[in-house]
Design a protein around this ligand. Structure first.
Ligand SMILES: [Mg+2]
Length: 290
């Protein structure tokens, strides 16, 4: 190996390989608008009840959401809410499909790295089901060698992902990428998890590069683990219009929201070693490639 050549790239997924925030915002806000129009329940009431459910299940992408929102259950008058408000479900699905796409140049850069013998490992806090869906939808099944995600949330007893699972179960799994789970409740910036991931693929911290969009989570974690860190600055969403909607309904605690808000714009609090200013492919030189 040439001096400085790295052997493994560990990459965050949401807002590093694809614009999770844009897809989430487009789909969630379209759903909320349709729900308000069709149920008569004001968005502000829906948002408050949704946040309670997101916190209960530890995710902002809860598949059984509509069926558990109290004011929608009332408005639906005995019908399952996801059946009573089909326009909202359709808007959520179509905007999600439309909005979930790789950032420009991601597939090409990953292919260059793989061809040069670099292992591609992904690590996301997002839950297994939607991570699998996005990985397949963006064509990264098999491009990513090993994917680490959180396990799925528990559904209420007797429930399945009924509004989503219209295909045989096998079609929801990855075919080529190996999908492993990190322990439930483990969150970035816990450096132990990154070190355990590297250990599991037989690599040392100095052989790896880690890339992610969050200074507070991704960069802080990589620096503690002494893995070369790269900030995907092009993916930062916190200053986008619409980010306040996410803050209002997120499963994060108020403390988490405030901690992140304090980091936005406070240059120097966590300084990345390398930065991809405009696109993912800027990570290639850090790997010791072109
Ligand atoms: Mg991210």
């Amino acid at each position: 190996m040439a001096q400085g050549r790295k052997l493994v790239l560990v990459t965050d997924l949401d807002n590093t390989l694809w614009d999770w925030f844009a897809a989430w915002h487009a789909s969630f806000s379209a759903m909320l608008q349709a729900l308000e129009e069709d149920s008569g329940v004001p968005q502000s009431v829906l948002e408050g009840e949704i946040r309670t459910l997101h916190r209960k299940y530890g995710t902002t992408e809860y598949s059984n959401l509509l069926s558990e929102i109290p004011s929608l259950i009332s408005a639906a008058a005995g019908v399952e809410p996801w059946r009573a408000f089909p326009r909202a479900v359709a808007a959520l699905r179509s905007e999600r499909r439309r909005g979930t796409a790789l950032y420009p140049g991601v597939l090409e850069a990953l292919t260059v790295a793989k061809s040069a013998g670099v292992s591609i490992v992904a690590y996301t806090e997002s839950l297994a089901y939607w991570t699998t869906w996005r990985t397949k939808h963006t064509g990264l099944d098999g491009v990513i060698d090993v994917l680490y995600s959180a396990p799925d949330h528990d559904l209420p007893r007797g429930k399945r992902f009924e509004e989503m699972r219209s295909q045989p179960d096998a079609s929801y799994d990855l075919n080529k990428t190996e999908h492993r789970h990190v322990p439930r409740g483990v969150l970035k910036p816990n450096a132990e998890v990154l070190l355990a991931i590297l250990n599991s693929v037989g690599r040392e911290p100095h052989e790896a590069v880690y890339i992610g969009d969050s200074l507070m989570k991704d960069i802080a974690m990589a620096q503690v683990a002494q893995v070369t860190d790269v900030h995907a600055r092009y993916g930062e969403a916190q200053q986008h219009a619409g980010y306040d909607l996410l803050r209002r309904v997120t499963h994060w605690t108020d403390e988490d929201v405030e901690r992140e808000r304090a980091h936005v714009g406070s240059i120097g609090l966590i300084r990345p070693t390398h930065t991809c200013e405009h696109e993912f492919a800027e990570v290639l030189p850090v790997l010791g490639l072109a």
